[in-house]
Design a protein around this ligand. Structure first.
Ligand code: HEC
Ligand code: HEC
Length: 282
């Protein structure tokens, strides 16, 4: 583990960001829950190998990004597109290169397949919808465009993804009870609430954000997980943390503990049926 971490340049994520002006009243917006219910499911696994990073691919990425992504993320990738103020969650500022969804340790950059996955799957519960109508080649071009906004991608070595061992064969009551004990002992409920309703005491702390990025604590009952709500999704979220948010990594926990926590978190979901990812087509 030490070896893997030392291969990557871990940045200490400063929480002291410049204060922002108080948010203006938001215009009405379409209910995201509804929009996600009709959104197509996608696994985000590249169906073909990554193409070489040629000038043609980069040019394609620039054109696609300007046309489809800049409205929210801004032409310069700074998260200040014209539509940004109408969204429930602030679009990512790519110039900072701090990403929530990674397979790599906290404080490091995502690898290209992480970005490909995010663009393909979207981030559930936000206006970042899955971009499934783009070909894999177009999504790879967008990956290059997203990376081009920060020099960190040129300066730092790509990390080795953290391992996800096979999940336990079934989610038993024993596993969930073990997860509940850990959830209480590790005080997950301080933020997420005793039953996962995003109503823990720390919520008050984050109510009036002074940092540049507001905090959104997830309501587990709604079953909308940025990355997905499968066992593996929750496992890797706990292992990597969501950088740029108060959700830190729980990478010191052993895999059986992380599986137990994942199973317990899933048991708190009330909005059924769970949108499971379908098996890959043959
Ligand atoms: C309708 C607005 C909107 C559009 C259009 C949009 N995004 Fe996003 N995107 C978001 C929001 C909002 C977030 C932040 C979600 C969060 O932080 O929870 C985000 C986050 C991301 C992330 C970062 C996730 C992370 O790990 O932190 C990537 C990468 C991304 N978008 C790529 C794209 C690309 C590429 C396009 C164009 C094909 C695009 N987005 C179009 C709203 C949008
Ligand atoms: C200091 C507050 C805090 C603590 C403590 C905390 N979390 Fe979180 N957690 C967050 C925030 C904030 C988010 C949402 C980040 C976002 O969406 O931008 C989050 C998101 C999550 C997610 C959803 C990820 C997704 O894909 O959407 C899971 C699962 C999760 N936390 C589990 C846990 C567990 C289990 C614990 C205890 C081991 C824990 N959290 C402790 C603040 C916290």
């Amino acid at each position: 583990m030490m070896l893997i971490v030392s291969m990557c340049v871990a940045l200490v994520l400063a929480s002291a960001e410049p204060p922002v002006a108080p948010a203006k009243a938001k215009p009405a917006r379409a209910p995201i829950d509804l929009m996600w219910m009709v959104a197509p499911l996608n696994e985000g696994i590249p169906p073909e190998p990554q193409p070489a990073n040629t000038a043609a691919l980069r040019a394609k990425g620039v054109a696609l990004f300007t046309k489809h992504c800049a409205a929210c993320h801004g032409k310069r990738g700074d998260g200040n597109g014209p539509a940004a103020a109408t969204l429930s969650v602030k679009p990512t500022d790519f110039t900072k290169a701090i990403f929530k969804v990674r397979s790599t340790p906290s404080g490091t950059l995502p690898i290209d397949t992480d970005l490909f996955g995010t663009i393909s799957r979207g981030l559930h519960g936000t206006e970042m919808f899955p971009w499934v109508n783009f070909s894999a080649h177009e999504r790879w071009a967008l990956v290059q465009r997203v990376k081009s906004f920060s020099v960190r991608f040129k300066q730092e070595e790509p990390c080795v993804p953290l391992a996800v061992p096979p999940p336990p064969p079934s989610e038993s009551d024993t596993l969930r009870s073990k997860g509940k004990v850990l959830y209480e002992r590790l005080r997950c409920g301080a933020c997420h609430g005793a039953t996962g309703g995003a109503d823990g005491p720390a919520v008050q702390l984050y109510k009036d954000p002074t940092g540049a990025r507001p905090v959104y604590i997830r309501d587990f009952k709604k079953g909308q997980f940025l990355r997905g709500s499968e066992m593996q999704d929750v496992f890797i979220t706990l292992r990597t943390g969501l950088d740029g948010t108060p959700m830190g990594p729980y990478d010191v926990l052993a895999a059986p503990d992380l599986w137990a926590l994942s199973s317990y978190v899933r048991s708190l979901i009330q909005q059924r049926p769970l949108r499971e990812t379908p098996p890959p087509s043959p």
